[in-house]
Design a protein around this ligand. Sequence first.
Ligand SMILES: [Zn+2]
Length: 191
Amino acid sequence: MHDPVSYGRIHGSCHCGNIRVTFDRPDSGPAIPARACGCGLCTKHRAAWTSHPDGRFYLRIADESRVTQYRFGTKTADFHVCLTCGAIPIVICTIVGVRYAVFNVNTFDDIDRSELVETAMNFEGETTENRLARRRRNWTPEAVRSEGGDWLQKNVRLGRWVVYAIHVVAIIFASPWQVHPRASFEYFPEG
Ligand SMILES: [Zn+2]
């Protein structure tokens, strides 16, 4: 789309470290826009969110059983709440199989907090359709590969070749197996 993009990498995590988020954000100056959402949950948590549609994110959860995916309202977004420490580093919305996320700036570990530019927002009353369209426009899609995913990528490619080879072998061997019973019938007719 653009010339090679350089990313600024931000790490976020819950307090106990069970949920870890990496957010690669296209370099667009030091200011990090944060939206202080006015919904009941975000108000109670004092959560403020950032995202970038040209960025990407990686999510690592050490213990899935210690994370709840809390849904409310339109039930279209999963607030990842750590059951051990209570922090909510990330919200994920899945749209046509792709996971999009926003990140809680208050769970970022390696930013200068003076870079945060907070704006109050309220999305109450938005239709579900408009909400999903907005998230698709503004939220950050998940990275295609996981961190250190070269191994996985290579093995997926190898796996495709194995499946292809099995198909070729099956096609070669399938025809004689089908012809054989008919052929034997012709050679040994009854009576
Ligand atoms: Zn935690």
